[in-house]
Design a binder for this molecule. Structure first.
Ligand code: HEC
Ligand code: HEC
Ligand code: HEC
Ligand code: HEC
Length: 388
């Protein structure tokens, strides 16, 4: 569902070309073919190949003619694109009639394809899906490349964004320039090229635009996003409920009698910590689950970790049917499971401090987070106690 919406969105945005990477093949070659039919732009890759012939499974390169702005010295330039992905020796996909799809060394594939591309193009752009270190080798080895536009699908590095012109050390390699612009459409990478009369690049200018809330959504794309979110949420809901069809809600109070602390929910704390409870109940934390419901995302496992108590932890949030007491950011999201508290076994329960805010208030999910502004809004403790 997500992939089809992405293709529809890329069509609407007027994409001219996309790099084929291993992820596009994760559901198999047939599924990729179906999706490719819907794309109004070509996929290129020089190093995802048929094992038997070594030929790429899609075009290795393409040339896009781009009109230049009025007043430019030339009317049009030809931009040659080559697609390259990291080589993965373990990657092997079945194609039609027992053929197999594998990856080969991207540097070698570039060396093979670039001379002929150079003949047809004024500028060469390498679209790469690989880590930064590997990407930097490309223009060092192949002087034909003018621009490397990258993304990295290695887990933990997917949001990779490079520096721009202010800090050129890593991204300016001789004549070539390099840019990674994050993932999930949260940033717009912009490269402006100025050409001289011989259609050679006279200068480049790179910038990364954070697509914060200040940038309005395009209404048609926003509607598409919304309908996909609803469909995915419905799917996740069906899956979740199918996994626990007969489960009954856990009692909100009456913690189980054992020695390992369990989550109990926030309501229980109110009787003894009246003031802390009152502060919390008025805070955004107490509404964090409702926020997901409103966004049609309350069944999305990617969201639950920060919008519930203890999701993916033992005894933590599972779903709204089984653990209705563990929705939203509760006391135990910060203080930990509390079933043994208050009690002699675990005196000193609940040690935490404000340095833990950033486990959820990450750069990505809370770009405006400033301790001095956020902490006062949730303070329910003696201020002197606050350690940083
Ligand atoms: C029956 C009353 C009672 C309930 C219910 C209760 N607490 Fe407490 N809490 C206490 C008492 C008494 C203390 C101080 C002694 C201690 O640490 O055991 C305390 C201490 C604490 C402290 C440490 C305060 C400090 O000064 O360091 C935290 C944090 C805390 N409670 C959080 C919670 C949370 C969260 C809940 C609900 C999940 C909760 N408590 C439920 C009575 C209660
Ligand atoms: C378990 C994850 C988690 C932790 C830990 C956490 N937060 Fe939050 N916080 C959230 C979520 C999720 C929201 C959004 C709530 C919503 O849906 O509106 C939020 C919202 C807030 C808001 C409301 C923002 C607004 O403008 O209304 C403030 C203030 C805040 N957090 C402060 C803090 C502080 C300070 C800490 C550390 C002491 C902290 N948070 C720790 C998850 C967390
Ligand atoms: C790493 C923790 C984390 C994850 C994962 C997370 N959120 Fe949040 N979310 C937050 C925090 C923290 C805030 C509060 C941001 C603030 O006010 O600064 C927040 C706020 C929000 C808001 C309110 C923003 C606004 O307009 O005020 C929405 C909506 C939201 N999250 C939806 C989601 C959805 C949907 C997902 C899953 C796709 C998700 N979140 C995943 C931590 C997270
Ligand atoms: C966003 C994280 C967060 C949430 C949610 C949260 N707390 Fe706290 N709590 C803290 C921090 C941080 C401190 C200060 C700890 C320190 O610096 O020693 C604190 C301190 C406390 C204290 C010690 C108060 C004192 O007098 O010094 C109590 C009691 C407490 N919290 C109870 C609760 C209860 C009850 C809830 C839910 C109603 C709750 N907390 C929700 C983060 C949180």
């Amino acid at each position: 569902m997500q992939t089809e919406a992405l293709i529809e969105g890329m069509n609407a945005l007027g994409y001219k070309v996309a790099n084929l990477s291993l992820r596009e093949l994760s559901d198999g070659y047939d599924v990729f073919l179906e999706r490719q039919k819907k794309a109004q732009f070509p996929f290129v890759s020089a190093n995802i190949v048929w094992q038997d012939t070594g030929e790429p499974i899609v075009a290795p390169t393409t040339v896009v003619r781009m009109a230049l702005r009025d007043g430019a010295k030339v009317k049009e330039v030809r931009v040659g694109f080559i697609g390259l992905t990291r080589s993965d020796p373990a990657f092997l996909k079945a194609g039609p009639s027992r053929r197999k799809i594998v990856t080969v060394d991207p540097l070698a594939a570039a060396e093979k394809n670039l001379p002929s591309l150079r003949q047809k193009a004024d500028v060469i752009v390498a679209l790469v899906a690989m880590d930064l270190e590997q990407a930097r080798q490309l223009p060092k080895r192949m002087k034909e490349i003018d621009l490397v536009l990258g993304g990295d699908s290695t887990p933990g590095k997917t949001g990779m964004a490079t520096r721009t012109d202010d800090f050129p050390e890593d991204t300016q390699l001789g004549r070539a320039r390099l840019m990674y612009a994050g993932d999930q459409g949260k940033m717009l990478g912009e490269v402006r090229l100025t050409f001289d009369a011989k259609r050679a690049i006279a200068s480049t200018q790179r910038s990364l635009v954070q697509l914060t809330r200040e940038w309005p959504d395009e209404p048609k794309l926003a509607a598409l996003m919304e309908s996909v979110k609803v469909s995915i949420n419905e799917y996740n809901k069906a899956q979740t409920l199918a996994q626990s069809p007969f489960a009954s809600p856990q009692p909100a109070s009456a913690p189980p009698a054992n020695t390992e602390p369990a989550y109990t929910g926030s309501d229980r704390c109110a009787v003894c910590h009246e003031q802390a409870f009152a502060v919390w109940a008025k805070s955004g934390h107490a509404r964090a689950f409702q926020t997901l419901v409103t966004a049609h995302q309350e069944f999305n496992p990617q969201c639950l970790g920060c919008h519930t108590i203890g999701f993916n932890r033992k005894g933590g949030y599972q779903n709204a049917r089984v653990t209705p007491n563990l929705v939203s950011v509760g006391c135990e999201s910060c203080h930990g499971p509390s079933s043994l508290h208050p009690g002699p076994i675990e005196a000193g329960y609940g040690k935490t401090d404000v340095s833990s805010c950033v486990t959820c208030h990450t750069k990505e999910n809370s770009p405006d987070f400033v301790p001095a502004e956020y902490i006062p809004k949730v303070i329910h403790w003696k201020e002197a106690q606050t350690r940083r």
